[in-house]
Ligand binder design. Structure first.
Ligand SMILES: [Fe+2]
Length: 386
């Protein structure tokens, strides 16, 4: 039986002291996201048609891998691996039963897998798969995996000695649908994790200790959490800011927290949303809507608020164009960003996506929590329900 992340787990001793030396855990970026899904063939079709991604590689029973069918889809630097189980006993089948379709692996490219793995374990991470090689006629890839929140893992990959279509065992394959002349997005901007109440700081500390990630300035604390967002959030990132992981926990508030809902339906902590970086959010939103993707609604009152207009100032398109498409705007001292969120992309109210177009801003749209809730409240007030 082939294994997704190895068959053994190594419990380590309690965390040891780690020096503050720079770059204890250098990362080159997110290599790929692995989604464990109920039907990879149909998921590959969805991400091809609705997200404009290009299927480039495949591995399954035809290649001698008896347990899984796996499709690799790309859009610029963003790479998704969609893994479906071919029979009930296949590794990962229990993941789909427990969590529904979800992200099992946020794989990171590292220059030295052995050093990264060893450092991670010394810093208190749980090992999932010890370093090993995968080889075929295209070369060698070195991999290992460590555990993160919930059942999510980080595979650590060095593919510098490999020039095949994805990983050894995968074969190149033709796109599923005609390739779009223009890709919808270019890269993974950030991946957000939802963790249990009271656990956010523990995971912030995990990424600091294990990967040397630092807190980015933007966070949502008690002040915003209680009144507007029903969540607390902090962001950790590597030194180059290529890898950004916001971490959410539910906030105790008047509203039922969206994080609580996720935790209930996902069956524990997991990746909540993936932000995809685009340089033309208007065209992308139009194309994705045209292909049937649902986006969250934003009340017109959000755009009509003079305070919001003053706050965001000049952006590259007329605000009417944003209003028509329900695209949100946020601005900070470095610049602005345009963003929009999809509805969950499976039956469970769990994983969703964000499109983000950055113009200088390094933020995540914190200002929109307050602006959105205030806009919703204005509409409630108009209906006499506040
Ligand atoms: Fe986000």
């Amino acid at each position: 039986m082939t294994s997704l992340h190895g068959d053994f787990a190594t419990e380590t001793e309690k965390p040891t002291e780690v020096s503050e030396a720079k770059d204890v855990f250098p990362v080159k970026g997110v290599d790929h996201l692995r989604f464990l899904v109920g039907n990879a063939r149909q998921a590959a079709h969805f991400y091809s048609t609705a997200f404009g991604m290009k299927c480039v590689a495949y591995r399954g029973p035809e290649q001698g891998f008896r347990d899984h069918a796996e499709y690799v889809l790309v859009s610029g630097g963003a790479k998704f691996v969609l893994t479906g189980m071919v029979h009930a006993g296949a590794p990962g089948a229990d993941h789909v039963t427990r969590h529904g379709d979800g992200i099992s692996d946020i794989a990171l490219q590292v220059p030295d897998v052995d050093a990264a793995y060893q450092h991670a374990l010394e810093a208190g991470a749980r090992g999932v798969t010890e370093p090993y090689d995968l080889k075929d006629e295209h070369g060698t890839v070195r991999l290992a995996a460590i555990a993160s929140y919930g059942d999510t893992v980080h595979t650590l990959i060095d593919r510098s000695g490999y020039d095949g279509p994805f990983l050894p065992g995968f074969v190149a394959r033709d796109p599923i649908v005609a390739v779009r002349p223009k890709r919808f997005f270019q890269a993974i901007d950030h991946v957000v994790g939802n963790v249990e109440l009271g656990k956010m700081d523990e995971w912030v500390e995990f990424y600091r200790r294990v990967m040397g990630f630092t807190n980015m300035a933007e966070f949502i604390g008690d002040d915003i959490a209680t009144d507007y967002s029903a969540l607390m959030s902090k962001v950790v990132a590597d030194g180059t800011r290529k890898v950004k992981f916001p971490l959410n926990e539910p906030a105790v508030s008047a509203r039922k927290s969206q994080i609580d809902e996720y935790l209930e339906f996902y069956g524990g902590p997991g990746a909540q949303h993936v932000a995809l970086a685009t340089n033309d959010i208007l065209t992308t939103v139009d194309a994705m809507r045209g292909a049937g993707v649902e986006f969250l609604n934003t009340p017109d009152s959000y755009y009509d608020d003079p305070e919001l207009r003053a706050r965001i100032g000049q952006v590259r398109v007329p605000i009417e164009e944003l209003k028509k498409r329900k695209i949100l705007v946020d601005r900070d001292e470095d610049g602005y960003l345009l963003q929009i969120f999809t509805a969950p992309v499976q039956d469970r109210p769990t994983v969703f996506f964000e499109l983000i177009e950055r113009h200088g801003s390094l933020g995540f749209g914190k200002g929109n929590f307050k602006a959105l809730f205030e806009a919703i409240e204005r509409e409630q007030e108009r209906r006499g329900n506040l």
